[in-house]
Ligand binder design. Structure first.
Ligand SMILES: [Zn+2]
Length: 271
């Protein structure tokens, strides 16, 4: 499967690599020229690394000790879906997927510890699949798998200087989200918009949201503060993600099937 990342991801990645490379080389030169910097900074760097490592280890320990892991014996249909996604995205191995309580929030995320990736799925996201079939779940899982396939987490340490640079780090993160939405939309085009609506309003009400009206409202309500809110966010707004998925997926082949019956076609015109 050909991966078509969002063009902004390529742009921000290039800028991030250049900036990070410059910072790391600059740090190396400073240490060579003034070795005492290393003596002063090393204890802080080690303490920061250990603190992050231990916090991450505890979080993963809690996850492995409490969450339900998807396997051939535990929710085998979802396991089969994960295997299908792994093959479709040409991944070397299937990520471990854990199911956990999300306090009513429809969401999923991916994390990494000691070289292993974990996808965490909130139970409300999973319930959606039980009620609606697995198309929306496939989109959400494919989005998370895409983060792994595109090595977004693996690049985090090297790109640290760029990630903490105001505006650039968040802009790159948002572009990565749009890339993963694209990949997920390729895997599960019919369900992409529905899945994004679920993230916006939950797994019950999303069926009743009029998409055209929602997108129109987002344009109407747009202003300085909503723009700023997105600039400081790691994720694009839901309406923007929906528009991007619409723009990416072939309208001719997918529009009739992408929205549930009451919303069909009428709400797609002009989007
Ligand atoms: Zn994501």
């Amino acid at each position: 499967m050909k991966i078509q990342s969002h063009k902004k991801e390529k742009l921000y990645l290039l800028i991030s690599i250049c900036l990070s490379l410059f910072c790391w080389i600059g740090l190396g030169v400073m240490i060579v020229v003034q070795p005492t910097i290393l003596v002063v900074a090393l204890p802080y760097a080690v303490a920061l690394f250990l603190g992050t490592f231990i916090a991450s280890g505890l979080a993963h320990g809690y996850l492995r000790g409490n969450a339900v892991r998807i396997s051939q014996r535990q929710f085998p249909e979802v396991h089969t879906l994960c295997e299908r996604l792994k093959q479709r995205l040409q991944m070397k191995e299937t990520p471990l997927v854990y199911l956990t309580e999300g306090n009513g929030i429809v969401n999923a995320f991916v994390s990494k510890f000691l070289g292993k990736h974990y996808v965490v799925l909130h139970s409300d996201t999973f319930e959606l699949a039980l009620e609606q079939g697995d198309a929306e779940l496939a989109f959400i899982l494919a989005h998370e798998f895409a983060h792994i396939q595109r090595k977004h987490l693996s690049k985090q340490l090297f790109l640290l200087p760029a990630r903490i640079t105001p505006f650039l780090g968040k802009a790159y993160s948002r572009a990565c989200e749009l890339s993963c939405d694209r990949i997920a939309a390729t895997v599960s085009p019919r369900a992409g918009v529905r899945a994004l609506l679920c993230l916006a309003v939950g797994n019950k009400l999303f069926r009743h949201v009029k998409i055209e009206e929602y997108l129109h409202q987002s344009r109407e309500d747009a202003g300085v503060w909503s723009v700023l809110a997105e600039v400081f966010s790691t994720h694009p707004s839901h309406p923007r993600r929906i528009r991007e998925v619409f723009a990416y997926v072939s309208v001719e082949s997918e529009q009739a099937a992408s929205i549930s019956a009451p919303m069909r076609r009428r709400h797609l015109v002009g989007v």
